[in-house]
Design a protein around this ligand. Structure first.
Ligand SMILES: N[C@@H](CCC(=O)N[C@@H](CS)C(=O)NCC(=O)O)C(=O)O
Length: 247
């Protein structure tokens, strides 16, 4: 297969066996990702924390590559294609898979706390967050209406953070990592309002995560992937060990 290697920047990167749809024989797992997607951010945070290298393919949601759709017909991101061809197409599963490989920051969460908070975040909160974010698409109510409903979840975070330092308890865990990319989106809809809102603890908690070295690593910009391009290694090897050490 040596003559089928794509041009590569790193010898650990992907080797494709199929010329068309990339039913790839991969040397490291392959991650389809979109930089700003909160689901993809949480997955990249866990992969970076685990220092598990993947070949990252940055996709545009409006123009998904055929390779992504072939690997995962539901075609949401993130999607992780493992070396044995298995496909993990849910962000929470990718996070768990990453920590199963390696968990140097001890982010493995209490299962009940993880289920409780993630169910609320990905369910009710995401529902109202989307309406608040895209209020012009839901003109039957003003954006404040949607924000008020999304705030019920933020109020719960605020109460939890008044009694424990982190969302999963006394230490940082996957619970924090699963939630903060969504709170980041909520805060970004109206940053002035957010800065003056009564959610002091949640603001501090979010700021903490946004200022971690790992967050800088996961927000690194990659060019949009096309089949002609070499895959990019994520996380970049040097950035990662430094970021974990600084965490
Ligand atoms: N339950 C999925 C949801 C992923 C998801 O909805 N991702 C969005 C991007 S933020 C997506 O790919 N949407 C498909 C589209 O916009 O076509 C997960 O946790 O991975």
């Amino acid at each position: 297969m040596g003559n089928m290697l794509l041009p590569r920047r790193d010898p650990a990167l992907v080797q494709r066996a199929s010329p068309r749809y990339g039913r790839a024989m991969v040397e490291i797992p392959m991650l389809y990702s979109f930089r700003r997607c909160p689901y993809a951010i949480r997955a990249r945070m866990a992969l970076a924390a685990a220092a598990t290298p993947v070949a990252l393919r940055e996709v545009m949601l409006k123009e998904k590559p055929a390779e992504l759709i072939a690997a995962s017909p539901k075609a949401t991101v993130p999607v992780l294609v493992l070396q044995n061809g298995a496909v993990i197409e849910e962000s929470l599963e990718i996070m768990r898979w990453a920590l199963d490989q390696n968990d140097p920051l001890q982010w493995t969460p209490d299962e009940n706390a993880f289920c409780y908070w993630v169910t609320r975040c990905d369910g009710e909160f995401k529902h109202w967050l989307d309406r608040y974010k895209y209020a012009d698409r839901y003109p039957e109510n003003a954006s404040e209406y949607y924000r008020n409903l999304a705030e019920q979840f933020i109020q719960s975070l605020e109460s939890a953070l008044l009694t424990s330092s982190w969302m999963g308890g006394a230490r940082q865990t996957l619970v924090d990592v699963a939630l903060f990319p969504f709170i980041r989106q909520f805060a970004a809809v109206d940053p002035t309002w957010w800065q003056t809102s009564p959610y002091t603890m949640t603001r501090c908690w979010l700021d903490h995560w946004l200022h971690t070295p790992l967050f800088s690593v996961v927000m690194k910009k990659f060019p949009r992937w096309t089949p002609e391009m070499p895959d990019e290694q994520f996380p970049p090897a040097t950035a990662n060990s430094n970021a974990i050490a600084a965490q």
